[in-house]
Design a protein around this ligand. Structure first.
Ligand SMILES: Cc1ncc(COP(=O)(O)O)c(C=O)c1O
Length: 398
């Protein structure tokens, strides 16, 4: 495939290209601190010191203690460690004698669904909290469901397919007063809003570096003090015994460098993601087209829930008025040079209706029409003309 202009890459919720500064940093760390951090000689010590510097840097940027960070391979592994790792202690402390319950939202990422299915096999009850037409969880139903035997809640903070941001402060307060452990899948919010994790009463949070121009293959689970976890991967006892395996020192350094860049952007713009105004303008430019609808919250509408700042998702009708299949539209847009996606970030393989849109109340044909465009910090206002034109040509070709 010929190299495509980055400007036409509109799939940053799936993954992002490495920032040049991140690539440079990783190359430097890999050449200077390539040893095994557990080794007792100078090569090992250099690697261990580098890892510790990155750990402290990332903890400072996330606003949490360095002891609370466990490095993993990315979002999916962090989610599995959070859910499967916390289950044994919760099972032991379930006094009723019956099965403990896990609550999810109806719009979780497949990684959380898979971890929940594994808990179900261990005898857990798993229940979905319903969401409304904008993807926001039903807080009244949630509060009711927090009663015993619920012991654990896992929620997607920023929904990857439709962009809905859940009210996590309220959710955390409810979980806290019910004495229920809370895990947040924070993979999509990372880098797009300031995080002060020490001030957020959440027990576990999952992150991945590759959504913020960091490397693929590294992420983190952040734990609150007192959370008891059993490792999913045993061996050499790295990461405080919670995640064995020789540490990926250069990847962690790349994670830190990417987080620095994202944080600098937020700080320079008063804590706001500078891509949000462009996204809002793109929403306006697309919604004037006939037969184009937004799914998820409208970021220009104050009464709607918040939306991921780099994210927009659409449903598009063809000339006959029927919904166009999202996958076919993605392929047609790619023929116009634009990379975007349908369905969730990592599972664009099935042409079936999106479980997320179905859970939001869309009928099956509409739920198969989802199209997602997600922006990066390099994008500019030329998109405002180019994207509607490309979408018009793509739909005319179908
Ligand atoms: C919300 C969300 N959670 C979890 C994941 C999984 O992360 P990873 O691909 O790093 O395993 C993704 C990836 O798309 C995601 O968008």
């Amino acid at each position: 495939m010929a190299p495509q202009p980055l400007n036409q890459y509109l799939d940053c919720c799936a993954t992002t290209p490495l920032a040049p500064e991140v690539a440079e940093r990783m190359a430097a760390v890999q050449s200077q601190a390539w040893g095994n951090p557990s080794s007792l000689h100078g090569f090992g010590l250099a690697a261990a010191e580098q890892l510790e510097r990155s750990r402290q840097g990332i903890a400072a940027l996330l606003g949490c203690d360095r002891e609370r960070l466990v490095f993993t391979s990315g979002g999916s592994e962090s989610i599995h460690l959070a859910l499967l790792g916390s289950a044994p202690a919760l099972e032991l402390s379930t006094t009723s004698g019956g099965a403990p319950r896990l609550l999810l939202s109806a719009v979780e990422h497949p990684a959380s669904r898979a971890a929940a299915a594994a808990l179900e096999q261990r005898g857990w009850l798993v229940q979905d909290v319903p969401v409304d037409h904008l993807g926001a969880i039903d807080l009244e139903a949630f509060e009711r469901l927090l009663a015993p035997p619920t012991r654990l809640v896992s929620l997607i903070w920023g929904q990857s397919e439709v962009g809905t941001i859940q009210p996590v402060e309220r959710i955390a307060a409810l979980c806290r007063s019910a004495g229920v452990m809370l895990h947040l899948d924070a993979v999509q919010v990372l880098g797009h809003q300031p995080l002060r994790l020490a001030e957020l009463p959440v027990d576990l949070l999952s992150f991945a570096a590759h959504k913020i121009q960091g490397p693929r293959g590294v992420g983190a689970l952040v734990l609150k003090p007192g959370v008891e976890l059993q490792p999913c991967i045993g061996g050499g006892g790295q990461e405080g015994g919670l995640r064995s395996g020789t540490e990926a020192v250069a990847l962690v350094a790349g994670f830190e460098a990417a987080l620095h860049l994202a944080n600098d952007r937020l700080v320079a713009h008063g804590g706001r993601d500078p891509v949000a105004p462009l996204r809002d303008a793109l929403v306006s430019a697309l919604l004037v087209m006939q037969g184009v609808e937004l799914s998820g919250p409208d970021p220009r509408e104050a009464s709607h829930p918040a939306r991921l700042s780099h994210h927009l998702s659409l449903l598009v009708r063809g000339r006959d008025g029927d919904w166009l299949n999202g996958r076919q539209l993605v392929q047609a847009l790619w023929r116009e040079g634009f990379a975007c996606s349908s369905g969730s970030a990592c599972s664009s393989s099935g042409s079936a209706a999106s479980a997320v849109l179905l859970a939001m109340g869309y009928e099956p044909a509409a739920a198969a029409a989802g199209l997602r465009l997600s922006l990066g910090p390099w994008h500019g206002s030329e998109l405002l003309q180019q994207v509607p034109q490309a979408l018009e040509r793509a739909r005319a070709a179908l």
